[in-house]
Ligand binder design. Structure first.
Ligand code: BG6
Length: 475
C-alpha cells in the first residue's frame, strides 16, 4: 500500500546528538579538555556529579551505533564535532587522531546511506580558549574560524549539511546570565559581548564556507545554517502588562538571537537599550558588514516546549532547577522584564517542561512571519523521561506519543506552506543530559549503565522505523 504523505520525498528523517553527551573518550588519543570536562568535575555543578567522561562511549562504539541507525532506517544523523578533539589547545597544533575519528564516522554513515549533518559547536569550548577569555575574546573568534576551515577542508567533500552553533539561548544564557553552565557567570554585559562574538564567529565561518563552495573544495549542494532554541512565548493573560512582558521575552530570547543570523542585524530598539545600559555589544570595524553579508542558508530549530510569560515586578530568580525532580523548580524570572509561569491547564513532563505539540507549528509560523520563507530543519525535538523497563523491555510509550504528536504538527506546518526539510528527534541513543545526568533519557536506544553500556532497542525504536518507512504516515 502506498501511503500519500505530506512530507516531501526528499524529507530527511534523522536523529541528533552532541559530542560531549554521547562520545565519552574525554581524554582519548590526544583530545584536550573542554570547558565541560572541567566544569562537570567541580562539586555541585551537575546532578550527583555526573559527567561525560564515558557517556555512551560512542567514541569507541560508533560502528555498532551506526549499524543501529541503519537498522532504524535513519536517513540523516546530526552530531557535533568536539573542537578540543581536533585542536587540544583550541588552535595551533591539530590532533590527527581526532580528525580520523570524525572522518571514519562520516565514512561509516555514508556507507549505510545516512547523510551526516554536522554541528561545529555544541558547547564544548576548548578549556585553553576559556583560559584566554573564551567567547569574550576575539582570539576565540579567530580560533573558531581556523577550526571551521579545517572541518570544511577535511569533511566538505562528504558532508552537505552544516551548522555553526547550537543554541545561543542556552550556552550564553546559562553560561553568562544564570551561571548554571560554564563559564558560570552572571554578568549581562559580558554575556552580551560574548554572544556578539559568537555571531561574528558564525559569520566568518559562513563566509569561509562560501569561499570553499565557490572554489569547489566543498560540494556545491552544501548548505550552512544556525541552530537555535525555538521557544514560543504566550502571555498568561490578556492584561496589557503580561502582553508587554511577552513581547519583551520575544525580543530578548528570540529576536535578539535569530535576527543577527537571518537579517544580519540586531533588533534596533533592543540594541539601543543594551548599548545605553551596558555599552555592549561593542562592534569592531567590519562587524556590521560581516553580519549583513553572511545570512545563513537555513535555520535549525530545537523545539521542546512553549513558555507562558507574565509581567514580573518582583521575582529575581535566575537560578534554575538542577535536581531533576518535578515541582522543585522555583519561578524563573528577570526582575522588571518577565517571568516564566506554569498553569494547571497545561501538561508537563517530569522535568516541568510543557508538552505542547502545536507549538512546533506555531513557532515556525511566527519565524516565517518575521524572516520570510526560510528553509527549516527541526534539529531537535524529544521527551526527556525515566523510561520504565518491564520484563526486560524498555516501554517508552510517552515518548512515542510525544514524537507522534509533534510529527503531526510538523505535517500541519508543511501543509501550511512552511519549508520543513527534516526532522531530527533528540536523541538517537540515551546520552548525558548536561545537568541532569543519565536519568533524563531521550533515546530510541537504551544504554545499560549497569551492564557495560550494552545497547538495547526501545519500543520507540521500532515505532520510529515505521514512521521512516512510511514517510511519516504511520505514526
Ligand atoms: C537542547 C540541547 O538544549 O536540549 C541538547 O541542544 C540537550 O544538548 C537537549 O540535551 C535537552 O535538554 P536536557 O537539559 O533535558 O538534556
Amino acid at each position: 500500500v502506498k501511503h500519500v504523505s505530506a512530507f516531501p520525498d526528499n524529507f530527511l528523517w534523522g536523529a541528533a546528538s552532541a559530542a560531549y553527551q554521547v562520545e565519552g573518550g574525554h581524554d582519548a588519543d590526544g583530545k584536550g579538555p573542554s570547558i565541560w570536562d572541567i566544569f562537570s568535575h567541580q562539586p555541585g555543578t551537575t546532578h550527583e556529579g555526573t559527567n561525560g567522561d564515558v557517556a555512551a562511549d560512542h567514541y569507541h562504539r560508533y560502528r555498532e551505533d551506526v549499524a543501529l541507525m541503519a537498522e532504524a532506517g535513519l536517513q540523516s544523523y546530526r552530531f557535533s564535532i568536539s573542537w578540543p578533539r581536533l585542536f587540544p589547545e583550541g588552535r595551533g597544533k591539530m590532533n590527527p587522531a581526532g580528525l580520523k575519528f570524525y572522518s571514519d564516522l562520516i565514512d561509516e554513515l555514508i556507507k549505510h546511506g545516512i547523510k551526516p549533518m554536522i554541528t561545529l559547536y555544541h558547547w564544548d569550548l576548548p578549556q585553553a580558549l576559556q583560559d584566554i577569555g573564551g567567547w569574550e575574546s576575539r582570539e576565540t573568534v579567530d580560533a573558531f574560524e581556523q577550526y571551521a576551515r579545517l572541518c570544511f577542508e577535511a569533511f566538505g567533500d562528504r558532508v552537505e549539511l552544516w551548522s555553526t552553533f547550537n543554541e545561543t539561548l542556552i550556552f550564553i544564557g546559562m553560561g553568562y546570565f544564570t551561571g548554571a553552565h560554564p563559564p558560570g557567570l552572571t554578568d549581562a554585559k559580558r554575556g552580551i559581548q560574548a554572544c556578539h562574538h559568537v555571531f561574528i564567529a558564525h559569520a566568518k565561518a559562513v563566509k569561509a564556507f562560501r569561499e570553499y563552495k565557490d572554489s569547489r573544495l566543498i560540494n556545491k549542494k552544501s548548505q550552512i545554517g544556525f541552530v537555535n532554541v525555538m521557544q514560543p512565548h504566550d502571555p498568561i493573560s490578556d492584561k496589557p502588562e503580561d502582553i508587554a512582558a511577552c513581547k519583551m521575552a520575544d525580543d530578548l530570547l528570540t529576536h535578539w538571537l535569530y535576527d543577527p543570523v537571518l537579517k544580519g542585524e540586531y533588533p534596533a530598539h533592543i540594541l539601543e537599550i543594551a548599548q545605553r545600559t551596558w555599552g555592549v555589544p561593542e562592534f569592531a570595524d567590519g562587524d556590521e558588514a560581516l553580519l549583513k553579508s553572511n545570512i545563513c542558508d537555513f535555520i535549525g530549530v530545537n523545539y521542546y516546549k512553549r513558555e507562558w510569560i507574565a509581567a514580573n515586578p518582583d521575582v529575581d530568580n535566575t537560578k534554575i532547577n538542577t535536581t531533576g525532580k518535578k515541582g522543585s523548580g522555583k519561578e524563573f524570572g528577570f526582575k522588571g522584564l518577565f517571568k516564566f509561569v506554569r498553569t494547571p491547564e497545561s501538561t508537563y513532563s517530569d522535568w516541568d517542561w510543557e508538552i505542547y505539540p502545536q507549538g512546533l507549528c506555531v513557532g515556525m509560523q511566527r519565524l516565517k512571519d518575521r524572516y520570510g520563507n526560510i528553509p527549516f530543519y527541526i534539529t531537535e525535538n524529544g521527551l526527556g523521561a525515566k523510561d520504565p523497563i518491564i520484563e526486560g523491555e524498555v516501554l517508552d510509550d510517552p515518548r512515542i506519543k510525544y514524537l507522534s504528536d509533534h510529527i503531526a504538527a510538523a505535517e500541519s506546518a508543511i501543509k501550511q506552506g512552511i519549508d520543513v526539510r527534516g526532522y531530527y528527534p533528540w536523541s538517537f541513543i540515551d546520552l548525558l543530559s548536561w545537568l541532569n545526568g543519565y536519568q533524563k533519557q531521550y533515546g530510541f536506544v537504551y544504554v545499560d549503565q549497569e551492564n557495560n553500556l550494552a545497547r538495547k532497542r526501545k519500543k520507540s525504536f521500532f515505532w520510529y522505523q515505521n514512521v521512516i518507512n512510511s514517510n511519516g504516515t504511520k505514526r
